[in-house]
Design a protein around this ligand. Structure first.
Ligand code: NAI
Ligand code: MG
Length: 349
């Protein structure tokens, strides 16, 4: 029996609902594969911010530093500005724990209707740079409240930061279909993006088994909609990767299906696993959130913790439920509840 200690941050809104679903699946897979999970739950959230003035305690990172992994539902609430929840919790964890890879796989499951008819199987991964780039604190505001009001925000691209994310993506492409697409915008963004392109070209030369091509972000968005089956691994900066993965998830049928992992590949710190979607205040409390994004996220956590068979089992169960039942949550056009779908996936396991 192997055991893992998981720090669970359910967060706000449907974050708490999908976290419960993912935990139920983890417990079921644990029984099947002799893996024991212990969970320490933390109430870090916008609710905590409204009650106590901060998203998490000052020593928050120290409280989860020694866990094997962090599982997060979603944070965000209408009464709290979104930059508070992002910069008060998610970004400090991603940066403090050097989770420089944000891994976002996307698939079109048999039986799940998407907005598009795709001619083939969609199975791609967005590798998003997660700790620098456009998400930067460098900059400022001047002349607030006057007619000259202005804002400046600097993007930060470092050789070390770009190199390690591109290397991660190249190695992943080597293990998958051998094709890498790099998202760029070197025609418009004339300093950082040519720098990004140069490093992609340099690193690609050291991986002759991978065919790399660069695409401008605007054209890439259009191609992802028109022909998502043509992509394997996509590497992108922090902002481009964020946008591309939501877009690709919508193409696959619903953002409620999309998983994500914030990974420190050096394993110095715990990695953090969270579905791509947010707290969805418009559907909270109705028991209809799609749990698949969170459950697939749990599968990514199993893989990271050294249980690839258990991880594959969870994904097979999801695939099977979609292929053999008509259970769909409302985001996929059905009337099933979070609990219905979770039960069916556990049954399939
Ligand atoms: P959202 O992902 O919460 O919702 C967008 C739309 O997708 C809504 O119509 C929602 O009902 C639907 N949706 C999302 N997840 C779903 C699921 N599992 N099942 C069924 N439908 C689902 O994004 P939105 O509305 O932009 O943001 C809401 C709040 O969440 C904001 O406060 C935002 O800052 C926060 N947020 C947090 C994230 C995180 O914790 N990592 C990521 C994105 C947003
Ligand atoms: Mg996003």
């Amino acid at each position: 029996m192997r055991s893992h200690r998981i720090a669970v941050i359910p967060g706000d809104g449907i974050g708490t609902e999908v976290c419960a679903a993912a935990r139920a699946v983890l417990d079921a897979i644990g029984r099947k594969h002799a893996i024991a999970f212990t969970y320490d739950e933390f109430d870090w959230s916008c609710a905590r911010y409204l009650a106590e003035g901060s998203m998490m305690p000052d020593d928050g990172l120290d409280l989860v530093r020694h866990h094997d992994a962090i599982f997060l539902g979603a944070v965000g609430a209408p009464a709290v500005p979104d930059h508070v929840s992002l910069w008060g919790l998610l970004i400090p964890i991603r940066r403090g724990f050097q989770q420089f890879v944000n891994l976002r796989p996307i698939r079109v499951f048999d039986g799940v209707p998407g907005p598009l008819r795709t001619s083939g199987a969609v199975d791609l991964v967005v590798v998003r740079e997660n700790v620098e780039g456009e998400y930067s604190e460098v900059g400022g505001r001047l002349y607030r409240g006057t007619a000259a009001d202005m804002a400046v925000q600097e993007a930060v691209f470092t050789r070390a930061g770009v190199t390690r994310i591109v290397d991660y993506a190249l190695e992943l492409a080597e293990r998958r279909g051998g094709r890498l697409t790099s998202a760029t915008k070197s025609n418009g963004i004339i300093h950082t993006m040519p720098f990004w392109d140069e490093i992609v070209a340099e690193r690609s030369a050291t991986h002759p088994g991978v065919i790399t091509r660069a695409e401008h972000i605007d054209a890439l968005c259009a191609k992802l909609v028109l022909g998502p089956e043509g992509f394997d691994v996509i590497v992108a900066s922090n902002l481009f990767g964020d946008i591309l993965s939501d877009l690709a998830a919508a193409v696959a049928g619903s953002i409620g299906l999309a998983p994500a992992a914030n990974i420190d590949p050096t394993r110095t710190y715990p990695s953090m696993f969270e579905p791509v979607h947010g707290s969805a205040p418009d559907i909270v409390g109705r028991g209809i959130a799609n749990p698949v994004g969170a459950i697939w996220t749990a599968s990514m956590m199993l893989d990271h913790l050294g249980h690839p068979e258990a991880a594959a089992d969870v994904l097979t169960a999801i695939t099977q439920v979609f292929a053999t039942t008509s259970l769909r949550t409302p985001d996929l056009g059905g009337t099933a509840t979070t609990a219905d779908l979770t039960h069916a996936i556990i049954e399939a396991l």
